[in-house]
Design a protein around this ligand. Structure first.
Ligand code: IPM
Ligand code: MG
Length: 359
């Protein structure tokens, strides 16, 4: 029996996590081994306002006993972003060494993407984002704080280990996809240390994967090419910040950031991986039953794959595809449905798809 921790967090996180739990309830006993117990944790900005920290001191120890974590969103108007993000989401990602953030983006039939003349065949890619280093290493400081000449320093670090494990994951993923193409994103013309090491290590890893055709693309050129020729990308591997920026772009290309799922992976399995939609708190949508649940529900599918429940994961993806194809979409993706109506359609599909019980 899998143990799943749910951290709804802030903003629309609780609304989309409620849909995730409905989906999981509908999948119980869907296939042998599809059983779990779910525990929810009230950590986030409200917890911070009451306790002075985003999660309790033993929070990571508590989570470590679980097989997977579902995360909603973090960020509120009452607490500064760098406090909420570092206090909760990045504390988990860094504490559990979630080496890679996997961010697929596919334009589903029925969803109207922002690019004229582009359809589902043009946008089907995955961003593999380095997830623990780079600009997110947390190294830096202030000098002469509060004076007119105050200075801030933010240091980017890249390690051979961090680059290599990300690249290995990305090449193996590319090798498993039909197109077997990979683009490594850097800014080696300007970032003449970190990006240069990145390029060297990626080239070494590429030598172990002759079956994958790969290229190195500068991040600014990649941004333009994603808009002009999105079909030219399959797997994208990028540094933490570049991956962050490009995955918002790819999410938008797939119709809405609200559709974008992600997985923060513990590659060695030492800790539970964490699955979350890319969208964040979305203050303008809170409490309006308008949040797009697809990013969260597709994150559940990624979790089910990680737990070895492939048939359940396929059923969830099919349920989402069918719902979108029928035009049942929230306004961010061009429809008029509510969160509840989308969730009802997804759950109804799963109920109908459930295999007859074995005796
Ligand atoms: C994301 C988000 C986060 C990130 C923020 C909220 C810190 O933008 O998951 O892409 O940059 O990692
Ligand atoms: Mg982001």
């Amino acid at each position: 029996m899998a143990r799943i921790a749910v951290i709804p967090g802030d903003g629309i996180g609780p609304e989309v996590c409620a849909v995730a739990v409905r989906v999981l309830d509908a999948l119980k006993d869907f296939e042998p081994g599809a059983s779990w117990e779910i525990e929810s944790f009230p950590w986030g900005s409200q917890y911070y306002l009451a306790h002075g920290s985003m999660l309790p001191p033993d929070g990571l120890d508590t989570l470590d006993d679980f097989d997977a974590i579902l995360f909603g969103a973090v960020g509120s108007r009452e607490v500064p972003d760098h406090v909420t993000l570092w206090g909760l989401r990045l504390a988990i990602v860094q504490g559990f060494d979630h080496a890679v953030s996997l961010r697929p983006a596919a334009l589903l039939p029925g969803v109207r993407g922002p690019l004229a003349g582009r359809g589902p065949r043009d946008i089907d890619l995955v961003v593999v984002r380095e997830n623990t280093e780079g600009e997110y290493s947390g190294i830096g400081g202030f000098s002469r704080r509060g004076h007119p000449g105050e200075v801030a320093i933010q240091t980017t670090i890249y390690s051979r280990t961090g680059i290599e494990r990300t690249a290995r994951y990305a090449f193996a993923l590319a090798a498993s996809r039909p197109d077997r193409r990979l683009a490594s994103i850097t800014k080696s013309n300007a970032s003449r240390h970190a990006s240069v090491l990145w390029d060297e290590v990626v080239a070494e890893v590429a030598a172990d994967h002759p079956e994958v055709s790969w290229e190195s693309v500068l991040v600014d050129a990649a941004a333009a090419r994603l808009v002009l020729a999105p079909q030219s990308f399959d797997v994208i591997v990028a540094s933490n910040l570049h991956g962050d920026v490009l995955s918002d772009l790819t999410g938008a290309l797939a119709g809405s950031l609200g559709m974008a799922p992600s997985a923060n992976l513990s590659l060695d399995g030492a800790h539970p991986s964490m699955f979350e939609p890319v969208h964040g708190s979305a203050f303008d949508l809170i409490g309006r039953d308008l949040a797009n649940p697809v990013g969260m529900v597709l994150s559940v599918a990624m979790m089910l794959d990680d737990l070895g429940l492939a048939a359940s994961a396929v059923a969830v993806r099919d349920a989402v595809t069918d719902t979108c194809a029928r035009g049942i979409l929230t306004p961010d993706a061009g429809g008029t449905a509510s969160t509840t109506e989308m969730a009802d359609a997804i759950v109804a599909y799963l109920d109908a798809a459930r295999p007859a019980a074995h005796d």
